[in-house]
Design a protein around this ligand. Sequence first.
Ligand SMILES: [Zn+2]
Ligand SMILES: [Zn+2]
Length: 292
Amino acid sequence: MSVSHANTPLKPSCIDLHIHSTASDGSLSPIEIIETAEKAGLRAISITDHDTVEGSAEALRHQHSSGVEILTGIEVSVGFDSGTMHILGYLIRLDDPSLRQALKDVQKGRAGRNLQIIKKLQDLGADISHDEVLKVSGGGQTGRPHIAQVLVKKGVVQTIDEAFSKFLKKGRPAYTERYRLLPVEAIQTILQAGGVPVLAHPFTLNSKTEGGLDRIVAELKQAGLKGVEVYYPGHGPDLTAQYERLADRHGLLVTGGTDFHGMVNPGIHIGIGVGDMRIPYRLVEKLKEAAV
Ligand SMILES: [Zn+2]
Ligand SMILES: [Zn+2]
């Protein structure tokens, strides 16, 4: 299927199942995202904010006034040593108590981590306070990008990239680990909330071989994983084909989305990514069949 008709308009049967709102690190509110999706002619979307369902809940409240179908969603960052592992959860019950509790624990870990990073930066001589960081984030989900912005504003570094490469990324002096769910915990939590757990953008696992990826995916499937995010702007034709095979080998569903963040990542457009994605609605039908 897919994905290579750069100049044809979106069909009304297209979807985008990976979108971030202001509830995490996107620049558009859930309502603005629905409006943008409507203008783009999408049939269904899912707002999949990092470790929070607030964006998804807000979108659901406005579903009736739009022509776009809203699937509830989340993207959970989980502990994984050799790369970055994100687990998407679709069609979750947003008020599920164990989901709520798990996310509360993660948010608490995030807040504690910010304080530790700021303390380390202060110890390194940087003039930065927690209040300044909160001012930049607007009091919503707050993290390293906001700390980086303050460092730029204060002239400690010239750019956000420099803030990460000098201080904030793994291995640098202000880096701090934070509490994360284990992959199996995230998968179980999503299942318990009636949702469908899906491995996001597999390339970020940094697995060098198809065999290595196979082993990871087999383990995740044993824990309850039901799908793989195959269609993604960073994947390109070769990886897309590789991940289609991967999903097929393991009997997993296929999903896709753009990881749209609004102005935070201006090259990526809702529904079409860098311009060439066309993700068909039939994937949503399969997700619904798989939801508990
Ligand atoms: Zn992700
Ligand atoms: Zn994402």
